[in-house]
Design a protein around this ligand. Structure first.
Ligand code: ATP
Length: 270
């Protein structure tokens, strides 16, 4: 069977309400929503709408969620792919996939292209030349740069890309007219963790004893993805114990389990 080229979502339902915390980042991407919704307002004085922005931050902090919310808020289609899908690809496939992606997005203009883990294709070029290099990755990166430069003023496609390694990216990506804006998406602070809990307890049947303030205090260093996972784990623990609702102790047990899991993972890495 043929590998999936990329994902597209023509009716994005995600909105800023789904993204807890990240007030600064939301403010910055609000401008992108405006560019997509009313481009004339910005181009009427001769200005050029930016083509790309880089979302930078640790794993699981909501970069994909935020990009999707931009599409949802602007009411435009969302085309996405992950840089990691390009690793070990046959010659020519990466570049042609990028070409197809940009072509389809332009046909559906205004639209958003989202490239997750852009570092997998966007690492500085020429560093592997001693080992024979990874020519296919370079071809893919070159195609991406070509496409971004090639957009005419008649299309309104904004490319968002996510990375947790902005430091390894090829400087050519950050040049004016490409990903010349960086938006930081950090780990949540105490208050933001509480807000993320509020989003993810919504689908759960909760006991009255659940104390979100306390849970936020017990979870320093957790990302939004970790908190989403924690809420789900608490619901599974409660169900396993045949409870009628998810209680405070279930959340605490889930914290222990997740912290234990994170410690194990870190041990394997080091
Ligand atoms: P990665 O770098 O690992 O791809 P990411 O930064 O793109 O991660 P997401 O994929 O957006 O992170 O987040 C994963 C999930 O975690 C989201 O679908 C959501 O359920 C939850 N989540 C993360 N951040 C937030 C947030 N700020 N508010 C609400 N939910 C969040």
């Amino acid at each position: 069977s043929k590998a999936k080229l990329f994902d597209k979502d023509q009716k994005v339902k995600t909105s800023f309400k789904d993204v807890a915390g990240l007030e600064g980042a939301k403010e910055e991407v609000q401008e992108i929503v405006d560019f997509l919704k009313s481009p004339e307002k910005y181009t009427s004085l001769g200005g050029k709408i930016p083509k790309g922005a880089l979302l930078v931050g640790p794993p699981g902090t909501g970069k994909t969620l935020l990009a999707k919310a931009v599409a949802g808020e602007a009411g435009v289609p969302f085309f996405s792919l992950s840089g990691s899908d390009f690793v070990e690809m046959f010659v020519g496939v990466g570049a042609s996939r990028v070409r197809d992606l940009f072509k389809q997005a332009a046909q559906k203009s205004p639209s958003i292209i989202f490239i997750d883990e852009i570092d997998a294709i966007g690492r500085a070029r020429g560093k592997n030349s001693m080992t024979g290099g990874n020519d296919e990755r370079e071809n893919t990166l070159n195609q991406l740069l070509t496409e971004m430069d090639g957009f005419g003023t008649d299309v309104n496609v904004i490319v968002l890309a996510a990375t947790n390694r902005a430091d390894v990216l090829d400087k050519a990506l950050m040049r004016a007219g490409r990903f010349d804006r960086q938006i930081y998406v950090d780990l949540p602070d105490l208050n933001e963790r509480k807000e993320i809990f509020e989003v993810h307890i919504k689908p759960l049947k909760l006991d009255k004893d659940v104390d979100l303030e306390f849970l936020a205090q017990q979870t320093p260093g957790f990302s939004g993805a970790d908190i989403a996972n924690l809420c789900n784990e608490a619901a599974l623990i409660a169900a396993r114990n045949s409870k009628k609702a998810v209680g405070h102790q279930d959340f605490l047990d889930a914290v222990d389990r997740i912290v234990g899991g994170l410690e194990k993972k870190n041990k394997i890495i080091t």
